[in-house]
Design a protein around this ligand. Structure first.
Ligand SMILES: Cc1cc2nc3c(=O)[nH]c(=O)nc-3n(C[C@H](O)[C@H](O)[C@H](O)COP(=O)(O)OP(=O)(O)OC[C@H]3O[C@@H](n4cnc5c(N)ncnc54)[C@H](O)[C@@H]3O)c2cc1C
Ligand SMILES: NC(=O)c1ccc[n+]([C@@H]2O[C@H](COP(=O)([O-])OP(=O)(O)OC[C@H]3O[C@@H](n4cnc5c(N)ncnc54)[C@H](OP(=O)(O)O)[C@@H]3O)[C@@H](O)[C@H]2O)c1
Length: 505
């Protein structure tokens, strides 16, 4: 028996550090770590000790013999990764066993007289929490964690799909730090509304912004503002009960929904809208969304990809899980023959669509009974149609123009950062300009996560990112570039005012 890593892997590499025989790869030190969709256990080396499963924060690791249903394929998926790779022992110059992940950012020696800093971390999503974790574990800093929402967690709470409960369990790891004695939490406080960046800069030795990318990208096509056209932030906020999103934000009265985009978020939305509501009951889904799904008329979700299945943005584990489901049919709309040719050549991403049903669909006719997800590749959205509300989309492809009737259009084409008043902002990338995480032009502000890198990468990618930013902050203190200020009367006054502000009910 060996273990295997499955779909919900967050790639934060906790398992790598726990494995006593170095059988989990890529490690953070290996070249393909940055692009890895999941990590893989080498069945030839695994000693079945289960240390990785114990360390996994998202319950993604199981003994092979216990894998069933959509997870059954993961034994093979893990083994495949190693098909052309020698084991560590077979390599001509075997790499040393990599027992613990301690990336270069913490190779620096923290001097014994390193001061206890007062740091504010703005944003309690994964990036903010990995930064908090590093500050609390590696320094004696006191941390004030600020979030505009009344509930911490960022996209772990309000993005991750409710049918991925094990991914949401990463919160349990973060909760440990939220109750740390050197951390104070200030929820319901928005920087830029309730407190300014200048006030924070004056009151704390350093401020780390981890504010994410909270807006949906726009398409810039006619009809985008019609009722019934929503961004992914609204759709995922709706099923996750985000306080900013109304219970009635999604109209599910039509039989077809079009989701624009081919990434994992598009797959999440398509899956939730086509899952039997009984299977969602008992998950973290918003009760209002669940009630609405019970009366939904939606039978078909069309996923529109502007490019082909060879370069789709979804990750293999997510598509694998979708194609293995028996309650939802996955159909490739081979409208122009291009997708079919790519799939026949085994060149679709992950080679998973060979078993999917393939048809040339006539969208003028209503979808058949049952629930299905249609993958329509090489289709450029030209217009969202309708007079008072959305009634469909017009798309072009190699075979000309087509109209697809739909009652709801979800734009899942990625996210975008929002400027924080008082911080610089690069309009082109939607991020805050920085050097190694230090905000350009600011004396004591730092960034981490999606507002720093842009809106891509799973939860675990924020761990290495946070280590880089916190590492820069610590270097700045050691080099004297960032001088922790001595408590002055002025600073005391600002902090007192700020404390009163942040303590507001
Ligand atoms: C829909 C969706 C589903 C996803 N599912 C998965 C998944 O299943 N697995 C996976 O590995 N990755 C998933 N990801 C990716 C993962 O969620 C991101 O990598 C991660 O959340 C980015 O972390 P962050 O801390 O930068 O941003 P966020 O998680 O967005 O956190 C930002 C926080 O800052 C707060 N904030 C924003 N502005 C202010 C302000 N002005 N003042 C105070 N607070 C503020 C917000 O309220 C929020 O809590 C998903 C992403 C999306 C969009
Ligand atoms: N289960 C999980 O692990 C999970 C779940 C959700 C999200 N995430 C992660 O979160 C990150 C964000 O995911 P995401 O799905 O929002 O973004 P994404 O992976 O960047 O995908 C965006 C999609 O939108 C398309 N697109 C962009 N602009 C477009 C336009 N103008 N017209 C039509 N299509 C357009 C892209 O097409 P092109 O490819 O042609 O550019 C792509 O298909 C990703 O790293 C993702 O893996 C992970």
């Amino acid at each position: 028996m060996a273990f295997a890593i499955t779909q919900t892997c967050c790639t934060d590499a906790s398992c790598v550090a726990a494995c006593p025989v170095n059988c989990i790869h890529p490690t953070p030190g290996e070249a393909d770590f940055a692009t890895a969709e999941i990590l893989y256990i080498d069945p030839r080396v695994c000693i079945d000790c289960g240390a990785c499963a114990d360390a996994c924060p998202v319950d993604a690791i199981f003994p092979l013999e216990s894998l069933s249903g959509p997870l059954a394929a993961y034994g093979e998926v893990n083994a495949e990764y190693y098909a052309d790779r020698p084991t560590a022992a077979q390599r001509p110059d075997p790499a040393p066993i990599f027992h613990a992940w301690d990336p270069p950012s913490f190779d620096r020696v923290i001097p014994p007289d390193f001061p206890a800093l007062d740091v504010a971390v703005v944003g309690s999503g994964p990036a903010g929490m990995y930064a908090v974790q590093d500050l609390l574990l590696h320094t004696s800093s006191r941390v004030t964690l600020i979030d505009r929402l009344p509930v911490p967690g960022g996209l772990v709470n309000f993005g991750v799909a409710p049918d991925h409960p094990s991914t949401k369990r990463i919160s349990e790891t973060f909760d440990r730090y939220r109750s740390h004695h050197r951390l104070r939490m200030r929820l319901g406080v928005e920087v830029g509304r309730d407190v300014t960046a200048e006030q924070l800069a004056a009151s704390y030795d350093a401020v780390i912004y981890a504010v994410g990318a909270p807006t949906s990208r726009d398409l810039g096509v006619p009809g985008e503002d019609l009722p019934g056209s929503v961004g992914a932030i609204t759709a995922v906020g709706w099923y996750n009960g985000h306080p900013d999103v109304a219970d009635a934000a999604l109209g599910l009265g039509g039989d077809r929904v079009v989701v624009v985009g081919n990434g994992n978020v598009a797959l999440d939305v398509a899956r939730i809208l086509t899952t039997d509501p009984d299977d969602l009951a008992g998950t973290a889904i918003s009760p209002a969304a669940l009630a609405r799904l019970r009366t939904s008329s939606v039978r078909e979700v069309v996923l529109l990809g502007r490019r082909g299945p060879d370069v789709a943005a979804y990750t293999r584990p997510e598509m694998l899980a979708l194609t293995r489901r028996d309650d939802v049919e996955v159909v490739v709309d081979d409208h122009d023959g291009l997708a079919g040719a790519i799939i026949d050549a085994g060149a679709d991403k992950g080679g998973l669509l060979a078993t999917a049903k393939r048809e040339v669909l006539d969208h003028a006719t209503p979808p058949p009974p049952g629930r299905r997800i249609v993958l329509r590749f090489s289709s450029m959205l030209e217009e969202i149609t309708g007079t008072d509300a959305v009634d469909g989309v017009r798309v072009t492809g190699a075979d000309g123009t087509a109209t697809i009737p739909a009652g709801l259009v979800v734009r899942a084409i990625g996210h975008r950062g929002r400027p924080v008043p008082g911080l610089p902002f690069d309009e082109a990338s939607g991020t805050v300009p920085h050097e190694g995480g230090r905000v350009v032009g600011a004396s004591n502000a730092y960034v981490v996560g999606w507002i720093k890198r842009g809106p891509s990468g799973g939860i675990g990618a924020n761990r290495a990112d946070a280590r880089d930013t916190v590492g820069t902050l610590l270097d700045d203190v050691v080099s004297g570039r960032l001088a922790p200020r001595r408590r002055s009367r002025d600073r005391g006054r600002v902090r007192g005012a700020l404390r009163r502000l942040l303590a507001r009910p």
